[in-house]
Ligand binder design. Structure first.
Ligand SMILES: Nc1ncnc2c1ncn2[C@@H]1O[C@H](COP(=O)(O)OP(=O)(O)O)[C@@H](O)[C@H]1O
Ligand SMILES: Cc1ncc(COP(=O)(O)O)c(N)n1
Ligand SMILES: [Mg+2]
Length: 502
């Protein structure tokens, strides 16, 4: 990293927990939750479980010395905002955790006192109760026991109602944690899933209708990690807990009908992505060679030649267009969306990417492959945030400075021009072949040339001798023509020949 680049502090959580081979709970859930909530998460493993959707078959504890090695390694290096604990299966492991936390103090500690899995398997026996009560709970910012764990920590009191949960939260608060959340996911006979939050003065009941599903494995780990993630981002405790409860609830609801594993405790989907049609998402990353013959639509031209945008796109692809951009400056949103959806289907069936000019909302709504934006449209770093890492982003650039910025902001390619004068775009400064060459030389991204390019001059563009110039983008050369298919074929042939000559 150069000294002139500014650095960004990323919120960071450390989870100290057990591995779940089925990946629904434990360390694996913690990593997924933090990633889903935009927080970096490191992991110290205390135990490895052989576990699936039927239950826990076996548990292997790591030697306390080795848990300590892991803790030292990451605590001495990272600057964690929050440490979250899950399965701490022996007194010795709790000892080494306490020692390391005193050597490397952290801002906040979230303790999920995991003892029994949802399937009823003991993950930490009663031997850990006294060290939990006497030394871990007093330094915790929040503890998140379920009803069974709250009962065990309180010496076996019965917790069967929300009122019992309130009394338990109060008694647990007296053991020293700043906040207590008694979780009611396993409370028998309740149509709502109620958690009781106590801050030492006031109670809050967090309620949500119980989601009818078998996929509840890992709800406890997810809730605690999400609290940790929100705290790391700077939330207050109550707001972190409310966000976490809503996250669990939404994830359970989204995943209620997914089938993973054959047992009674299925995992759920922290990324809200598993149910998406696998065919509808792009499986390969952007290929710069797709810029070779880049067709940009224009509705006025289609109207003039009396054809639909869908027919125009189809003909362009059949003639050899390697990527399509829908550029609609006048269309109503609803109409544009319908056209875009139809074009997505055609492009996908031909394996050609479809980009939308300027309209991020339309690109998201029709699940296009990406967008192309100009210098006065939405800033590219924001577009990347909105579209995520998989979508293609192109940016129009006239200068080396703009090309550098596009690369820094996370674009995939730049479009540079107008190379020649054009009537398609009003008030567009022409940069000429020299300007294009200058931008290509400065650009770390692949470039497609645009502006006034057609069969007669495409060759001169491709011969400017810039390895990152991957192709030409055309509007009227394809669409302001009697036959789009014929023109596309001719242009494709010209480009191929000029490429061979270089
Ligand atoms: N079926 C469900 N519907 C909605 N929320 C649930 C359901 N089961 C658990 N929860 C919520 O998930 C979180 C974890 O609770 P719980 O299952 O009691 O903890 P644990 O997984 O540690 O046993 C709580 O916020 C609880 O209210
Ligand atoms: C390694 C490990 N840690 C924690 C849990 C608790 O799971 P749940 O959140 O479903 O109670 C688990 N089943 N396995
Ligand atoms: Mg549970």
């Amino acid at each position: 990293m150069t000294t002139t680049e500014s650095v960004r502090k990323i919120p960071q959580v450390l989870t100290v927990a057990g591995s779940d081979s089925g990946a629904g709970a434990g360390i694996q859930a913690d990593l997924k939750v933090c990633a889903a909530r935009g927080v970096y998460c490191a992991s110290v493993i205390t135990a490895v479980t052989a576990q699936n959707t039927r239950g826990v078959q076996s548990v292997h504890l790591l030697p306390p010395e080795f848990v300590s090695e892991q803790l030292k390694s990451v605590l001495s290096d990272f600057e964690f905002d929050v440490v979250k604990t899950g399965m701490l299966p022996s007194t010795e492991i709790v000892e080494v955790l306490l020692q390391n936390l005193s050597d490397f103090p952290v801002r906040a500690l979230v303790v999920d006192p995991v003892m029994v899995s949802t399937s009823g398997h003991v993950l930490a026996g009663s031997s850990i109760l006294s060290i939990f009560r006497e030394r871990l709970l007093p330094i915790a910012d929040i503890i998140t026991p379920n009803v069974k764990e709250a009962s065990a920590l309180l010496g076996g009191v019965r917790i069967e109602t929300v009122s019992d949960m309130r009394s338990a939260a109060k008694s647990l608060h007296e053991m020293g944690p700043r906040f207590v959340l008694v979780k009611g996911g396993d409370l028998p006979d309740s149509s709502d899933s109620v958690d009781v939050y106590f801050d030492g003065k006031e109670f809050h009941e967090l309620r949500s209708p119980r989601v009818a599903t078998r996929n509840t494995h890992g709800t406890g780990c997810t809730l605690a990690s999400c609290i940790a993630a929100e705290l790391a981002k700077g939330s207050s405790m109550l707001s972190a807990v409310k966000v976490a409860k809503r996250f669990v609830d939404n994830a359970l609801d989204y995943s209620k009908d997914i089938a993973i594993g054959s047992g009674m405790q299925g995992p759920f989907d922290h990324f809200f992505g598993l149910k998406k049609d696998p065919q509808s998402s792009r499986c390969s990353i952007f290929n710069p060679d797709d810029l070779f013959l880049y067709a940009v639509t224009d509705s006025r031209m289609n109207r003039r030649w009396n054809r639909s945008i869908v027919d125009a796109v189809k003909a362009a692809i059949e003639g050899g267009a390697t990527i399509i951009q829908l550029r609609e400056k006048e269309a109503e949103t609803r109409e544009f969306l319908e056209e875009a959806k139809a074009c997505v289907d055609i492009c996908r069936s031909h394996g050609v990417s479809l980009l939308i000019n300027d309209r991020i909302d339309i690109a998201l709504a029709c699940n296009a492959d990406g967008v192309h934006v100009g210098q006065s449209d939405m800033p590219v770093d924001l577009v990347r945030c909105l579209l995520g890492p998989d979508k293609i982003i192109g940016v129009s650039c006239k200068t080396p400075e703009q090309a550098h910025q596009a690369w820094k902001d996370g674009a995939d390619y730049i479009g540079s021009g107008g190379v020649f004068p054009t009537n398609t775009k009003a008030n567009n400064r022409t940069i000429g072949l020299d300007g294009l060459k200058e931008v290509c030389e400065a650009s770390k991204l692949p470039v497609v040339a645009i502006g006034g390019i057609g069969i007669s001059n495409a060759e001169s563009v491709m011969q400017i001798d810039a390895p990152n110039l991957k192709g030409v983008a055309v509007v009227s050369a394809l669409f302001d023509q009697d036959c789009v298919l014929t023109q596309a074929k001719k242009l494709h042939k010209t480009l191929k020949e000029s490429k061979r000559e270089i």
